[in-house]
Design a protein around this ligand. Sequence first.
Ligand SMILES: Cc1cc2nc3c(=O)[nH]c(=O)nc-3n(C[C@H](O)[C@H](O)[C@H](O)COP(=O)(O)OP(=O)(O)OC[C@H]3O[C@@H](n4cnc5c(N)ncnc54)[C@H](O)[C@@H]3O)c2cc1C
Ligand code: FES
Length: 341
Amino acid sequence: MVFQVKLFKSGNEFSVDESETVLDAALKHGYVIPYSCRSGSCGACKARIVSGRVDYGDYAGDTLTDADHAKGIALLCQARPIEDLVVDAREVAVSQEIEIKMLPCRVSHLEKLNHDVMLMTLKLPANQQFTYLAGQYIDMLLRDGRRRSFSLASAPRDGGELELHVRRVPGGFFTNQIFNTMKERDLLRFQGPLGTFFLRQDSEKPVILVAGGTGFAPIKAIVEMAIEEKNTRPIHLFWGVRAEPDLYMNDLAGRWSERYDHIEYTPVLSEVNADSGWTGKVGWVHEAVVEQYPDLGGYEVYMSGPPPMIEAGSAAFLEHGLSDQCLFFDSFEFASDVPQG
Ligand SMILES: Cc1cc2nc3c(=O)[nH]c(=O)nc-3n(C[C@H](O)[C@H](O)[C@H](O)COP(=O)(O)OP(=O)(O)OC[C@H]3O[C@@H](n4cnc5c(N)ncnc54)[C@H](O)[C@@H]3O)c2cc1C
Ligand code: FES
């Protein structure tokens, strides 16, 4: 069966096949709604069902609370319509048409950046166009149908290679393959670009970027793009890691802030040995942000990294006056290994 979905604010309408999620159908018809993990874990795609009924689908237990259910909120990456729907979801204005594709690629370079982060670059076939927005991610498609998500770490360039920063997960299936057996020239497949973690162009508000670990990857792409476009919106980048070696591109971030008056950089370590000589910030990265910006009313915050950082950061920033319309995040959830379209 096919159902109609109407977006409450814009009045835009599209059809959804009963086998599709509302999010997949919206993207297929060119309507971009905020989303990140596509696995029911991060909550980025929450929206209110104004009328009609949905099958809520599978999601991590605490992603939809009782209060969400009472308000009719669903996760659009999981929800499938049972009736025609009216949905109150934010639509994201996108400056160019983005087509989600499945593409082959070759590993062109592998380089360890520190003890547990690998720089991996991917080369696309010469006849393939791949357009993305700085901050988006791709899903690597494994032979058995599983997927693994990685953010694109460089600004889009015509014919340019794709850069990924991969953290080795202890016991992780794919990231250990990358560290142990993958070689340059190996052939892979991916789907992308995905996600809505990109700089909103319709705002002039100063930007706070918050990275945790390899959450630096999409943020690097966003900063590179802003520099390339000569966008002088003030940017303050906070990068939180455990120890100094985890700041695997500290020099690059330092150079941005030296060269550009509108870019500020604050690295934050959560564990410091007394004899390390570290004179910078210590503690949780979200605490460093609110210490410096106790009133976030006039800012936009973009945050990417491990789920606990996203949860703690979101709560703290909203408490400190940030509007929920000005909070954007990619939560580095693990794959649920449920096949997706
Ligand atoms: C939108 C998005 C963007 C992402 N971008 C990046 C990126 O740019 N760089 C990057 O390094 N990672 C990124 N991730 C996380 C990355 O997708 C996972 O680390 C990866 O899928 C792990 O694959 P694996 O096969 O090695 O682990 P699996 O075999 O899937 O995991 C084995 C076990 O390890 C644990 N585990 C898995 N992943 C993690 C994790 N991330 N943290 C802690 N424990 C974990 C789980 O308990 C899991 O059961 C992103 C995730 C999302 C959703
Ligand atoms: S919960 Fe739907 S995109 Fe993460």
